[in-house]
Write a protein that binds this ligand. Structure first.
Ligand code: CA2
Length: 149
């Protein structure tokens, strides 16, 4: 069974506790449960993690090489600041999908630039917790295509 790393960045551990008008009422544990169900239905296994530390995300991206077939990443605010995450994703070369709960393009202009997008296969944002399920659908398609080729 192919494995997918689902990596979450800073402050996403607060999901469901504050700003429900932007991020919804579900917790990150609820998101993980949804991802577990979706992955099961797609015949994938997942490793779901969260950290507030940029370097830990870099280490996990490196770890994915050899342990995962793809990476789904919500890098939180590091999306808009981190050359290190850009370089790490580029270096491992695994298919990566960038996800966001909110529609970052409807928000402050500093959220309109992403260091992740140029090294991602695709970007999904604005669908709340469903963004993660859509990303898993997308990753399943990418991995199936790869197997056929
Ligand atoms: O929309 C997203 O998923 C974001 O990646 C979330 C980040 C934000 O910096 C990005 O621009 C867009 C922030 C995550 C913070 O999550 C919280 C959740 C509840 C309460 C407070 C913060």
């Amino acid at each position: 069974m192919e494995n997918v790393f689902i990596l979450n960045g800073p402050n996403l551990n607060l999901l469901g506790t504050r700003e429900p008008e932007i991020y919804g009422a579900e917790t990150l544990a609820d998101v993980e449960t949804r991802c577990d169900s979706k992955a099961l239905a797609l015949g994938l296994s997942i490793e779901f993690r969260q950290t507030n530390l940029e370097g830990e995300l870099v280490n996990w991206i490196h770890e994915a090489r050899g342990k995962a077939s793809g990476i789904i990443i919500n890098a939180g605010a590091y999306t808009h600041t981190s050359v290190a995450l850009h370089d790490a994703l580029k270096a491992v070369g695994l298919p990566a999908i960038e996800v966001h709960l909110s529609n970052v393009y409807k928000r402050e202009s500093f959220r309109h630039h992403s260091y992740i997008s140029p090294v991602a296969r695709g970007v999904i944002c604005g669908f709340g917790v469903q963004s993660y399920e859509l990303a898993l659908d997308g990753m399943s398609g990418i991995l199936k295509t790869k197997r056929k080729g």
